[in-house]
Design a protein around this ligand. Structure first.
Ligand code: NAP
Length: 389
């Protein structure tokens, strides 16, 4: 498990904070994380946050406990005798990827890094590791290369999804380097971070997780289309969503920056993950020549949880107590996106749908409501147009 640098919360909260170690699960220490002092007690808003998180994620499954297990504890569900996809093994079940060009956002860490590692084992022509923090990307490329026997071309691509100029620059770099793109994994994400806006003015989580990926995909559409026509009809765009789509507000709030900014961080995360589902479904409606799906990966011990662990002692203690039961390994957590990106045959995937681990269609209203999908698409295009893109 990678170490996480102490972030600048310590500057904001001064003496209340101290460096300590946080464990997300049995035996997994994350050293050097800045957290609130262990003597700090949770406040009312933090209690409320945990209550809303629990009810938001669990209540929808009140009458479907088996579905809840499949969604949140896929490792346990995979032991069921009737589970058919649990045997997916990326090392042997992903076919040869010769000639294919792949781009993974957020590839320097967590699920994105594991996705690149597993895809790299199958001889692709090239992989772009699109990442924000260059030093982490360089380390990740070295680590991946040290784990595979063949020489794979993995190129670092500077990408900050909260910055439209950075996205344009990254897309330009891709199109000057290749006229082929077979697999686009829209994986990068932030979760439950404090309220803020992107430079272009969107709420930070919706702006990063959805608007940024929307622009990147839009700029790469000609390359994806060229690939589908000239190289291979099997072009896939995989959007990392989450079961947290259930915490999203209604569509009116999602497409109103003012209303969204008035929501709590988990609601904004839910909005961004609902947007990922709507985007994947609408992309499939508008561009049926591609395979475009969204997915929930499971609950996995990654750095995604760090911002929330730092500010909410209840979430931190809950993770300490329950982490070993709840969290999966990164290897297991990447299975769903690996199955959709390369493990499954094109005919096995249902275009535009939402998948839970591994390879199970588990649709929700955001995937099926074409009116909301169209509304989000048009809102996003207008936001980008207003910003000159
Ligand atoms: N882990 C889970 O339990 C879980 C559950 C449901 C859904 N997901 C989804 O899975 C995806 C991957 O998350 P993870 O768990 O692997 O988290 P992670 O280890 O924290 O990785 C997140 C990645 O996103 C990148 N990123 C963040 N902000 C960015 C920005 N502005 N521009 C470009 N890249 C940015 C990070 O790069 P830097 O490190 O350089 O910032 C990092 O590579 C996310 O979309 C998340 O919503 C995860």
């Amino acid at each position: 498990m990678s170490s996480i640098p102490a972030n600048d919360l310590s500057n904001q909260e001064g003496d209340k904070l101290q460096k300590t170690s946080v464990s997300l699960g049995v035996g997994d220490q994350i050293p050097n994380v800045t957290t609130t002092n262990s003597t700090s007690l949770p406040g009312l808003s933090q209690l409320q946050e945990v209550f809303e998180l629990g009810t938001g994620l669990l209540l929808p499954y009140a009458f479907q406990p088996l579905k809840a297990i499949e969604t949140y504890l896929p490792g346990l569900a995979s032991m069921w005798p009737f589970d058919i996809t649990s045997s997916f093994n990326p090392s042997k079940d992903i076919p040869d990827l010769s000639g294919k060009v792949i781009l993974v956002t957020g590839g320097n860490n967590g699920l994105g890094k594991e996705t690149i590692l597993q895809l790299a084992k199958h001889n692709p022509h090239k992989i772009f590791m699109a990442s924000r923090t260059e030093s982490k990307a360089r380390d990740a490329i070295a680590s991946i290369k040290s784990q595979i026997s063949q020489d794979v071309d993995i190129e670092y691509l500077q990408l900050d999804l909260a910055s439209l100029p950075s996205i344009k620059k990254a897309a330009d770099q891709v199109t000057t380097r290749t006229d082929r793109l077979d697999i686009l994994v829209l994986n990068a994400g932030i979760m439950a971070v404090p309220s803020a806006k992107t430079a272009a003015g969107q709420e930070i989580q919706l702006g990063t997780n959805h608007v940024g990926h929307f622009l990147l995909t839009k700029l790469l559409l000609p390359t994806l289309d060229h690939t589908a026509k000239k190289n291979s009809p099997d072009v896939r765009i995989i959007s990392l969503s989450s079961a947290a789509w259930q915490m999203a507000p209604n569509i009116d709030t999602i497409v109103s920056t003012e209303k969204l900014l008035a929501q709590k961080p988990w609601t904004c995360y839910g909005a961004s993950k609902a947007a990922n589902v709507m985007f994947a479904a609408e992309l499939a409606r508008r561009y049926p020549q591609f395979t475009s799906v969204s997915l929930h990966p499971g609950m996995i011990k990654t750095d995604l949880y760090t911002p929330n662990l730092e500010v909410n002692p209840l979430v931190r203690y809950g993770s300490l107590l329950m982490g070993g039961l709840i969290f999966q390994t990164i290897e297991a957590g990447a299975l769903n996106q690996l199955w959709l990106a390369a493990g499954a045959r094109k005919e096995e995937i249902k275009n535009g749908q939402f998948y839970t681990p591994v390879g199970k269609v588990n649709n929700n209203k955001w995937a099926t409501d074409a009116k909301d999908g169209k509304r989000l698409w048009e809102w996003t295009e207008q936001e980008l147009k207003n910003a000159g893109y």
